[in-house]
Design a binder for this molecule. Structure first.
Ligand code: FUC
Length: 817
């Protein structure tokens, strides 16, 4: 690639290597502004680069409409747009993995005493070794499958060979438009634009040029070789159709090429060639015959839906498609803004990030608010792109995957990962991203009933272990450490949270409560009585550390949380008959909270904890976050113990350089009211686990991105402990700033402004009415309330808390007294 614009990085790199650039926080990302050819100030929600991507994972830009996603490279001569559809998975019904019919992860032969045997060993000796437990309970994951790349749209010879100038590609998080622009040697400025439209279910690419007749290329689709495939082209429409070899899942993608001016020809290989057009629009829709219906998971052939989707989009035309996409995306993304004192970077984002990493390597710098803010916002952007009504929930890579064998199958790992994907959904004001998760959990009920019965010996309720796919895989994996029905309870907590944030009783009654109750029923049949008479989970394997014991903290606190939430939900929906028996069981449940020999919150029922464990999982902190069993107010001694344990896990960094792991720590430290440590975890993640395109690594695993979005929100606003707290964990370095649009439980939308670490104003809008309790410490203790356009309600300020009723739809300002 030869372009004047591309050499600047190496110049800068050389300067950095020679130590010639002294960086300070204030100067970061701004040092080379004057030297940057064609650089212009970018709005603060834009990622931009001055060179094309060569690496999918690290550099390409993602767009997504929930079900379909794409990554654009921005290559000059031949553009590559890799794309996905969230239903293209191998495995499941129809697969014959090593000759085994798919069995949802349930055992192929009955093992009537396996669970009882493992439990007996635990009762007798206090623990069970992983090896024998795995022999008893584990099983190869036959037919588990993996999320599949759908294919690539190539635009060959899109630009005349030769050097280009002024190259810039950008991803505007606020508009969901990825654009590529440059000028060829003949002085023609070329522009490409890519977006994924949720309203029209298509991925749209547009090529245009500053001079008429300059858009020429050959478009073709291509796909991986683990499938049959045919390509055809007619009237400017390319069709790629085939079936996965593994399970016979039928897929089809169509792309319609539309031109303004010029000529269009097709060939027998399924290619469409455009010559001398003024502009061209390509409308792409992928689909499969997958259906989220147990037990076969097959629906109708995708041909008709894909055809009508593309036809419908073509009928609307480029302008309308773009407008409809912008209206949809902007409304969601634009709800939240945070100002941490950032300045838009005037060097490309990858260079700003690289400078930050280098400076941190040299111990010169610790933080950059622009990068922090971008990391927060890209998490929101990616969630909008990978989870919308009708889609699958965001998997380990959201909806993006260029491989046939992605890491961890790009599956739904539920011992923290899928949950983390949804930590930001409500608090960052993206309730529209939640329905796919609700549908997915609902879809685990039918297969999960078989798993509950056949694996767990429980004839009521449903359960899924910790690795799930889109084909109802709810059973075990090779390693019995995945024997963890607690994963289902953890997942289900998101449903109760969604109710708390929206106060949507209809949702609770119709969707959430039946699931909460059915899963609670499972636990009533599954818990065992320990020697001390309490009810415990056995076997219980603190992820992914073990050993198998009874009643590890994570197991007990998750079940405590499930029962507590189900009881609260039963009260709201009026299922009074159910409550006494559940209250009774909850009273007998070991609540899982213990303080160990070094003052730590114990990870196990007996004090086995090693202070220098560097294990990446710290699921013992569940009751601190995302749970609320431990709070500073209600359980101060356990709160202190949780602090000791989380700090110890953080200090011993053996496995800490993993996106999701750092992200979990941001959230935990936010709950511990330690803003500086929370920010340190965020900056560490930016330093060690963030690719140039801001995707998080381990390798690429998107939960880190989502955990960051949630963690930053938790630093700025919390509402889990029965009251709303603004700036609960403000780092020293974010002394002045503001946020707009974060959500608090009780269906409140909160805006806040602060200077010198003190809140100067809070605005609260109430969706449904109801009482507001607001902590006043960050306001300096006292509070003055003003209702916008209505009577100011009677309110009291007592013991650091403002309490008042609110009216549905009303906004209140709260300022220091
Ligand atoms: C859990 C983690 C791994 C990885 C996988 C997808 O098993 O322990 O680190 O994130 O999920």
């Amino acid at each position: 690639m030869s372009s004047p614009g591309f050499s600047r990085r190496s110049l800068l790199g050389a300067a950095m290597a020679g130590g010639a650039l002294a960086l300070t926080t204030a100067a970061l990302g701004r040092v080379t502004a004057a030297a940057a050819p064609g650089a212009r100030p970018a709005p603060d929600s834009v990622l931009w680069f001055d060179e094309p991507a060569t690496l999918w994972q690290e550099q390409a830009f993602p767009v997504g409409n929930g079900a379909a996603g794409a990554m654009i490279y921005g290559t000059v001569e031949s553009e590559q747009i890799q794309f996905n559809h969230d239903t293209l998975w191998n495995g499941g019904p129809g697969s014959h993995d090593e000759g085994h019919e798919y069995n949802f992860g349930n055992w192929y032969e009955a093992r009537p005493t396996a669970l009882a045997d493992v439990r007996a060993t635990i009762t007798a000796t206090g623990s069970a070794d992983t090896g024998p437990a795995t022999a008893a309970l584990g099983q190869t994951k036959w037919g588990y499958g993996a999320y599949q790349t759908f294919g690539d749209l190539f635009l060959d010879r899109a630009t005349p060979a030769g050097a280009v100038t002024g190259y810039r590609r950008q991803l505007d998080l606020a508009t969901g438009l990825a654009t590529v622009g440059f000028t060829t040697a003949d002085g023609v400025a070329h522009t490409r634009e890519l977006f994924a439209s949720f309203p029209d279910h298509v991925i749209v690419t547009r090529l245009s040029a500053s001079r008429g007749g300059q858009v020429s290329f050959t478009a073709r689709l291509s796909t991986a070789d683990n499938r049959t495939v045919t390509y055809s082209a007619k009237d400017g429409r390319i069709t790629m159709r085939g079936a996965l070899t593994d399970n016979g899942l039928v897929f089809e993608a169509q792309v319609q090429v539309l031109v303004e001016g010029g000529r269009v020809t097709t060939d027998a290989a399924g290619r469409v060639t455009v010559t001398g057009a003024d502009a061209a629009t390509l409308v792409l829709a992928p689909g499969t015959d997958y259906a989220p219906v147990y037990p076969h998971y097959r629906g109708v052939d995708p041909h008709r839906v894909v055809t009508s989707t593309v036809d419908g989009a073509v009928h609307r035309g480029y302008r309308a498609l773009r407008e409809r996409h912008l209206a949809d995306h902007r409304e969601l993304f634009g709800r939240v803004r945070i100002d941490l004192g950032q300045q838009p970077t005037t060097v490309p984002t990858d260079e700003a990030l690289q400078e930050f990493k280098q400076a941190r390597n040299q111990g010169q710098i610790s933080a950059d608010p622009q990068l922090e803010m971008l990391h927060f916002q890209i998490g929101r952007y990616l969630l909008i792109g990978s989870s919308r009504e009708g889609s699958r929930p965001a998997n380990l890579q959201g909806v993006w995957n260029d491989s046939t064998s992605p890491d961890w199958q790009s599956d739904y790992t539920t011992n923290i990962n899928l949950e983390m994907n949804y930590w930001p959904s409500d608090v960052t004001n993206l309730a529209e991203t939640v329905p796919p998760l609700v549908d997915f959990i609902d879809g685990l009920r039918a297969p999960g009933r078989v798993t509950a019965r056949d694996l767990c010996g429980v004839s009521q309720g449903f359960a899924a272990m910790s690795h799930v796919n889109v084909f109802g895989y709810t059973g075990v994996s090779t390693n019995a450490a995945t024997w963890a029905p607690e994963s289902t309870a953890w997942l289900i907590r998101q449903l109760w949270e969604h109710y708390l944030f929206t106060m949507d009783e209809d949702f609770l009654r119709r969707r959430a409560y039946p699931i909460l109750k059915e899963h609670t029923q499972f636990w009533l049949g599954y818990l065992v009585t320990d020697a001390d008479g309490t009810l415990v989970v056995s076997p219980s394997f603190s992820p992914e550390l073990g050993p198998f014991t009874a009643g590890a903290t994570y197991s007990q606190t998750i079940v405590w949380d499930l029962f507590t939430n189900t009881l609260a939900a039963a009260k709201v929906v009026g299922d009074h008959a159910y409550r006494p028996s559940l209250e009774n069981t909850l009273a007998k449940l070991d609540p899982g909270l213990r303080i160990g020999s070094w003052g730590q919150l114990q990870e196990w029922k007996t004090d086995l904890d090693e202070p220098d464990s560097g294990h990446r999982h710290m699921s013992f902190s569940y009751p601190l976050f995302p749970g609320h069993q431990i709070t500073a107010e209600a359980t101060p001694e356990f709160y202190e113990a949780a602090r000791v344990a989380v700090e110890a896990r953080t200090a011993h960094t053996a496995q800490n350089d993993i996106g999701w792991n750092r992200a979990q720590k941001i959230n935990a430290f936010a709950r511990l009211h330690n803003g500086d440590q929370a920010r340190e975890q965020l900056d560490h993640l930016l330093w060690r686990n963030t690719f140039a395109n801001f995707l998080n690594d381990w390798p690429f695993q998107i939960d880190g991105n989502f955990g960051v979005a949630s963690g930053v929100a938790e630093m700025l606003l919390q509402s889990h402990a029965g009251f709303v707290e603004v700036l609960p964990a403000l780092p020293t370095g974010w002394a002045a700033g503001s946020f707009r649009g974060l959500r608090a439980r009780g269906a409140f939308t909160v805006n806040a402004w602060w200077t010198a670490g003190w809140v100067t104003k809070i605005e609260v809008t109430s969706d449904v009415g109801g009482d507001l309790r607001l902590r006043t410490a960050s306001l300096g203790g006292g509070a003055r309330v003003h209702a916008v356009g209505g009577p100011t309600p009677h309110h009291t300020t007592h013991a650091g808390e403002l309490a008042m009723p609110t009216r549905r739809g009303a906004t209140y300002t709260v300022t220091p007294a």
